[in-house]
Design a protein around this ligand. Sequence first.
Ligand code: ZN
Length: 349
Amino acid sequence: MQTTYLSMGSNIGDRQYYLHEAIRLLGKHPKIMIEKVSNFYESTPVGGVKQDDFTNLALKVATLLEPLELLSFIHEVELSLNRERKIHWGPRTIDIDIIFYDDLEMQVENLVIPHKEAFNRLFVLKPIFELIDKDFKYYASIEKAIAELSVSEQELHVIKEEKTPRNRIEDAVKEILFAVGENPNREGLLETPARVAKMYEEILSSQRLSKFNEYKLFEIDSSKTDSIVLIKDIPFYSMCEHHMLPFFGKAHVAYIPADGKIIGLSKIPRLVDYVSRKLSVQENITHDIGDILTDILNPKGVAVLVEGRHMCVEMRGVKKVNSITKTSYFLGEFKENNEKRMEFLESLL
Ligand code: ZN
């Protein structure tokens, strides 16, 4: 095991959320153990770009990964948190840097350890200083740099760490349990708030994603692209935004390629997952599938038919058991050309 020190910063949107998420995602790697997390700090951004304050922290991490392996996993985590880094030193949802990797010194094309800016940045050093021991190789130089930087113009202060989204859900579920007349401390319920919080992470995992990007496009001979590509019976599970109860069923998706552009077949079920895993209504899911597919492929036409059962209809209120709601959305040739639309609908029979 090697001990490494990472620095993280965020200055877009819910900054503490991105930091908490980054820590959680890093910790999911089987060869990474998060040992300590520093206080959260707020700092004024470096560089000439006008932007919000940063929230920064440092991590002490034990790892079995080599530095470059660690770096590439860090990039994966940054990517999955939607980082769009357009300007150097510009605003970003999350930025993670390897600052120290034990006593190692290395310099390759995309990685310099210790990080080449490390000793110039108070927002990097101060959080790390919380985590290191006196026998750490760079202890004295870090201490000295902090003293020097503290008299310069860099501003930095500790801020209160907010509850993580998971903790918020746990607290809220305990409240609900109390309110419905339960005892949240009885044996069967002890783990329930934590389980529910974890479950929401999964079934509402698209909630904070701004874009569907899990796909690849392929080119085919464009003379053969007048035929319909159809995927039937794609299962979906979602949560209605009015009652937070499940609705689920099947989606049928078809498109007519243009310019020989097609999408990998397995990506359409991914897209259905993507649009389903948030609070929604069936009409929106149906439209989202059609609109996103149109954005990605710019096809000659898209047809979407969704069949769903709604627990808020079946379990409560009028209790229309087993009734199926159908929603459809047609674009391009499927909208304009009756024959094409009939061809789609008949192929579902
Ligand atoms: Zn509902």
